[in-house]
Design a protein around this ligand. Structure first.
Ligand SMILES: [Mg+2]
Length: 507
């Protein structure tokens, strides 16, 4: 275990305990089967509620965001436990809430969830949403604020089609497991391919045989089941305009859970965003304690057996402390300043990562008034000055036109996703080396270090599956892997989900 690893929580645990527990989990075929077949059952109602609690618009940053649903019914979002009339109520988070309740208990709850999702969809498509799927809201200071809800709408549409098919099978007497296997996910997803349905079919066939090859590398030996490490946004989940509403649809959670459970020894999600706040644990529809493991901050923080394990290599206590205080300052800034509340939903929003804060300052459609964006950035710098007047610990990085970062100055080499891969494989007590096969999934150049890491340890048995990338990036992947047969490229995450589902169904 790394010297730089610590575990959050009252009872300080050792990251290596994951090794032992994971062995138990992985080797316990019975338990695994149970997880696969009814993975949604893993999530109890209580767990659902606890995961709903920090929901999209309930973070402190968003308390001051007035989610306007119509001109006159502007609601100021407040802290507390009561239900809110805001994005969280009519975005696909509801799908996730429904998922845990609906799927395991089959017929009646699946049926109940459908009108709920329909109501969500109807509300998202009401007069406040334009034909190009831009939804006009109001900030606390009554300024119009536009949110692109394209991904939320298509996620709901796909989930509705999926749940209707599911319910149709259940009411005809099909068992839960048989219904799960009978749904034609390809038919649900192919109309949503960014280019064409024919392209979907083509990529699907290729991806299916690629994943089949990956799954078969174990040659039936459970000890040799391969490792899957995947990026999230753009790879397993379509991009969404604002991070805080980037919820995973149900069908994709089911696809991933089944595939990971059936065919992999270790399946890990490695993202740049944080674990919480909102982070991947708030946005995924998968059970957070398996069969996949989740990380944030490029693999610097992992959620292992109910605890947050942090790798703080190169970051001083002083740096951590400054970042924490800066985070508090940002919460206060968004709460106190009516114009700034909207920034909770601008792109990345406010993301607290292990070594930095990533702050959205403009949307891809340039919806934010440039003057407001400019004064927000000035306010960020002013708050940084309060925390770190001598600029010893924190560094302001205007990363892109859409977001800025407040980064803790750190010692040592740069951390990238390769470090994250190494840490999770180590924590699981496994190795990247042969004879086991490694599959890396990604969609941008920031995912290449993961491929490099796999190749460095296991040149003959590393595979790469990339989504929607440019020709240049494709070539980089091919060059790294050095064998076109071990590379696969698809146009959207749905192709992967359809292929995974087909393989799981074939068992
Ligand atoms: Mg990505």
């Amino acid at each position: 275990m790394s010297d730089h690893c610590h575990v959050d929580g009252a009872g300080i645990d050792h990251a290596c305990s994951f090794h032992v527990k994971n062995e138990e989990t992985i080797n316990n075929a019975k338990r695994r089967e149970k997880t696969i077949n009814a993975f949604a059952r893993v999530r109890t109602r209580q767990e659902l509620w606890s995961r709903r609690a920090p929901c999209t618009c309930e973070t402190p940053y968003q308390h001051s965001l007035a989610a306007a649903d119509g001109e006159r019914s502007r609601v100021r979002i407040r802290d507390g436990s009561r239900r809110r009339r805001d994005l969280a109520e009519w975005n696909p988070r509801i799908c996730r809430g429904v998922q845990g309740d609906a799927l395991p208990d089959a017929e009646c709850e699946t049926k109940d969830s459908i009108p709920l999702l329909e109501a969500c969809l109807e509300r998202l498509r009401d007069k406040n949403t334009s034909s190009d799927l831009q939804r006009t809201m109001r900030t606390a200071s009554n300024e119009p604020f536009v949110v692109n809800v394209k991904d939320e709408i298509s996620g709901l549409e796909k989930d509705l089609a999926y749940l209707r098919a599911f319910h149709g099978l259940l009411i005809n007497g099909t068992t839960f497991d048989a219904a799960l296997k009978s749904i034609e996910l390809v038919q649900v997803l192919r109309p949503f391919h960014p280019k064409s349905e024919e392209m979907f079919d083509e990529e699907f066939a290729e991806c299916r045989s690629f994943l089949k090859k990956f799954a078969e590398t174990s040659k039936g030996d459970p000890e040799l089941k391969p490792i899957l490490v995947t990026d999230w946004d753009g790879t397993m989940k379509d991009y969404c305009s604002q991070y805080a509403t980037n919820l995973q649809p149900i069908y994709s959670a089911i696809s991933l859970a089944r595939f990971a459970g059936e065919f992999t020894r270790l399946a890990a999600v490695l993202t740049a965003g944080p674990l919480r706040g909102p982070g991947i644990l708030d946005l995924t529809s998968l059970p957070i304690n398996g069969p996949l493991v989740f990380s944030g901050s490029w693999g610097r923080e992992w959620w292992l057996h109910g605890k947050r394990v942090v790798h703080n290599d190169g970051i001083s206590e002083e740096g951590f402390d400054a970042l924490e205080r800066m985070n508090d300052q940002m919460r206060a800034l968004l709460d106190e300043h009516p114009d700034f509340g909207q920034f909770a939903l601008v792109g990345s929003g406010v993301q607290r990562k292990v070594d930095r804060l990533t702050l959205g300052v403009q949307t891809v459609c340039a919806h934010v008034n440039p003057d407001v964006s400019k004064s927000y950035m000035e306010a960020i710098r002013e708050r940084m000055h309060r925390v770190d007047p001598n600029k010893k610990v924190l560094h302001f990085d205007a990363s892109t036109e859409l977001e800025v970062e407040v980064v803790v100055r750190s010692e040592g080499g740069l951390w990238n996703k390769a470090n994250g891969v190494a840490r999770i494989v180590e924590a699981a007590g496994l190795s990247l080396g042969p004879p086991r096969t490694i599959l890396i999934c990604g969609d941008t150049s920031s995912d290449l270090p993961m491929v490099r890491q796999a190749i460095a340890s296991n040149a003959e048995n590393s595979m790469a599956l990339f989504v929607g990338c440019s020709e240049t990036l494709k070539q980089s992947v091919r060059d790294l892997v050095g064998d076109d047969a071990r590379c696969c490229f698809v146009g959207c995450p749905d192709v992967i989900h359809a292929a995974m589902t087909t393989l799981s169904n074939s068992l």
